[in-house]
Design a protein around this ligand. Structure first.
Ligand code: ARG
Length: 301
């Protein structure tokens, strides 16, 4: 019999980090050359050298905190390829690939497929637009899935069928928060066994409440807001300012939260809950509508 273990929301709770494996893509060709979200201004000047230093700092921070980082080389003419999160969702060592909404990004899927196959993954290619971890995240044995701007409801059905994990569809309504990972992130996925197995950590029987998360309610439709409120009553709520500062585009190892330093309010609330924020500034990438999480694909064993 399983007992439900709600995520520990107590301020003084001891947060335990779990070592992760991340895939990132070098920002060699990163640029803003088209506009497919409200953050992107075609006239924007990207400081390529600064972007390179900021990205290297993110990789350094992950490694310094005990995480493994796999680095992939980008293809020229794909300026958004640095946003590795969009390439796939990997759970239990199985990879569900991508089909981009924007034609400009479609060729990225093939490039990532080459990496995944060489790394020994059997990558599934979705039939309906799906932008990987940009819109999909495991939480307490469930998959939270965003839709509204990029990933389709049809893809939610495909991903549920592929992993056999129940999908909770969430409707995004604010164009500034066009991907789920700009409005919500998982602080702890409730994995009792270190995330092993296709359950992506906790068993569905443990309930989504085994996971801890942070989100900005205003990014979601009223119904989806209510779903989040019911499933995650102890979630850390972020303000619009935190979200606009890319504070929800964060990566957590269960203790350390790699987060935009501009998200000061959220940093304070996470600290009060016992998490340890690790600020990493990716301001050059914000010009493309991306941040820390967008640059990071988690390879879950
Ligand atoms: N310019 C990219 C796009 O609009 C940014 C992607 C950000 N990635 C993410 N996971 N939110 O598609």
């Amino acid at each position: 019999m399983s007992t439900i273990r709600p995520a520990d929301a107590r301020p003084g709770a001891r947060r335990t980090p779990r070592p992760r494996r991340y895939l990132v893509c070098r920002p060699t060709h990163f640029d803003v050359r088209y506009a497919i979200n409200p953050w992107m201004q075609e006239a924007a000047e990207v400081d390529t050298a600064l972007a390179g230093r900021q990205w290297a700092e993110l990789v350094r921070a992950y490694r310094e905190h005990g995480h493994t980082v796999e680095v992939m080389e980008p293809a020229p003419d794909l300026p958004d390829m640095v946003f590795a999160a969009n390439s796939a969702l990997v759970v239990g060592g199985r990879a569900f690939g991508s089909l981009f909404h924007a034609p400009q990004r479609r060729p990225e899927s093939r490039e990532y497929e080459i990496w995944f196959k060489a790394a020994g993954y059997d990558l599934y290619r979705p039939e309906s637009p799906c932008e990987g971890e940009g819109d999909l995240v495991p939480a307490g044995g469930y998959l939270l899935a965003g839709t509204g701007f990029r990933t389709t409801r049809e893809a939610h059905a495909e991903v549920q069928e592929y992993f056999g994990l129940p999908v909770i569809s969430l409707h995004l309504t604010d164009p500034y928060f066009y991907h789920l990972d700009t409005a919500l992130f998982v602080l702890d996925d409730g994995a009792p066994d270190g995330g092993a197995g296709t359950g992506g950590g906790a068993r569905p029987a443990d309930g989504p409440r085994a996971a801890a998360l942070a989100y900005y309610p205003g990014a979601f439709s009223p119904g989806s807001r209510e779903v989040l409120r019911r499933l995650f009553p102890d979630a850390v709520l972020a303000t619009r300012d935190d979200a606009l500062a890319f504070g929800l585009n964060s990566v957590s190892d269960g203790r350390h939260v790699f987060i935009a330093p501009q998200a000061t309010g959220l940093i304070d609330r996470l600290t009060a809950r016992g998490y340890v924020p690790v600020p990493v500034d990716l301001s050059e990438f914000h010009k493309a509508g991306g941040g820390i999480k967008c640059c990071t694909q988690e390879l879950r064993p």
